[in-house]
Design a protein around this ligand. Sequence first.
Ligand SMILES: *Cc1c(COP(=O)(O)O)cnc(C)c1O
Length: 386
Amino acid sequence: MEDYLPYGRQHLDEDDYQAVLSVLHGKWLTQGKTVEQFEQSLIDYCGSRYAVACSSGTAALHILMLALCVKPGDEVITTPITFASSANCVRFCGGIPVFADIEPQTASIDVAEIEQKITSKTVGIIAVHLTGNPCDMEKIQRLAQKHNLWLVEDACHALGAEYQHKRIGSCEYSRAAVFSFHPVKHITTGEGGAILTNDQNLAERMERLRTHGIIQHCDPKIRKEKPWLYQMVELGYNYRITDIQCALGISQLKKLDGFLVRRREIAAEYDKMFAGMEGIKPLGITPGGNPAYHLYVLRLDFKRFGLSRGELMNTLSQQHKIITQVHYIQVYRHPYYQELLGDIQLPQAEEYYKSCLSIPIFPAMAPGDPTRFFEALTKTLGIVSG
Ligand SMILES: *Cc1c(COP(=O)(O)O)cnc(C)c1O
């Protein structure tokens, strides 16, 4: 696989290895100080008041839904163009994800479509910053306030992105934002995730849910008499992240700004290459947004080029060793959700799904790689360039 050009890949250096080794040589592999240090680094970077790091982005979404008291039958509105976790977290609590159609330029959730889906059972909205391009948070927040709904961000693509000059994760427009540190995301801890929030009660509740719903005994007097006592006050999970992972997270976060510079350079190169091309169009950007480019998505008119997406992907991989991907199949199309919700078809989501293709973008890409991709693509599509 060495000479393959994937759509995304992690980037680790010697100082990352050393950071992990130093924890391995220490006393605490888990539940030590490195977890708090990583949380503080996330707070400092994003500008929120609290951070709760946990075992994955999905676990983070789960405890966030629990802390927001999502109950069986509650409806939560989200986008169909996302990873399944954005909806699954609602199901973990017995709630019903309701899919609102997307806005065609950016493929992000359409604010007008959200409003159409609000019922008496709706409790909240999960906005997803697809590819790292921020949603129109100001408008979504206004809608949420009007209908008395909570609003949270699935920001798993958006570490380092900005909306109206504020970092995503500062929670300027939301109750909380969730990140993932899976290797394909901006920074990695192997597996891992975090929730950022400015809400102290929410943060404390999530800390408790992350570790079995257990706290020290509430009464300090009893705690003094019986120092071994702890109490499980609600049903929680073991969703802890280890100190080993957090050491990697801290050293990766130090490099994030450099990673973002490189991602934005590559995106600008692609923007220039595809500008004005017939039948190929990059995904649009939200006004006021400074995307983090977790992904770079092209919209392709396959009919025009006389070949299918499968044929293009196979040729790119077999003849050019370039791996592309589709983000995403509509969540409501998965058999599980079809069985749960019946047959759903949202016109803009259907259109988007037919045409999208994620192309290589990651910090460790070689300087010639965007051109290598462009030449392979135009050759396969039969476009005469130059
Ligand atoms: C990666 C991702 C998740 C889940 O994160 P994990 O850490 O893999 O559990 C959730 N939502 C979106 C949009 C993602 O891209």
